[in-house]
Design a protein around this ligand. Sequence first.
Ligand code: FE2
Ligand code: FE2
Length: 160
Amino acid sequence: MTNEKLERIEAHITKLNGNLTHGKRVLFLSKLIAEKESIPYDEDILVFTAYFHDVAAYPFYKDRFTGIFDHALESSKLVPELAKVYCFNDSQIETIVEATKYHDKVKMRSCNETQLIRNADGVDYLGYMAVFRDITKFPNDLKKSSRDIKTAQRTIFYDY
Ligand SMILES: [Fe+2]
Ligand SMILES: [Fe+2]
């Protein structure tokens, strides 16, 4: 993906008040997993999905939903239109929809990108949980939280 396209995507996420740092971490972690496990993937699909997989939960769209909603399912309904803006073709959009829809559901995949995004998202979530847990338990030891998030992000549980 070109730097110009990536900058457009990041500006788009910022405009939607989305979680840009989560998107960046999911992208970084998914590429790391792919490299370590020699899993082939489409770069453009992985980048787009890393940034947009939670789009329905972003403040810009969230008000459309009431009560508890499946943010992955709702995001998968939003991504086709968003992906067209970045000139993805129908086959690529099909993969983006699958990876978005199943990014929080175990054993539901056929595409490598779905597996990569799901595992990266899970690792990032583990990092958050470790920090929240430690801040609660050890509010005066933020260094411990920082150490633990690094460890958590190294502890990858795979969903094959
Ligand atoms: Fe999510
Ligand atoms: Fe996520």
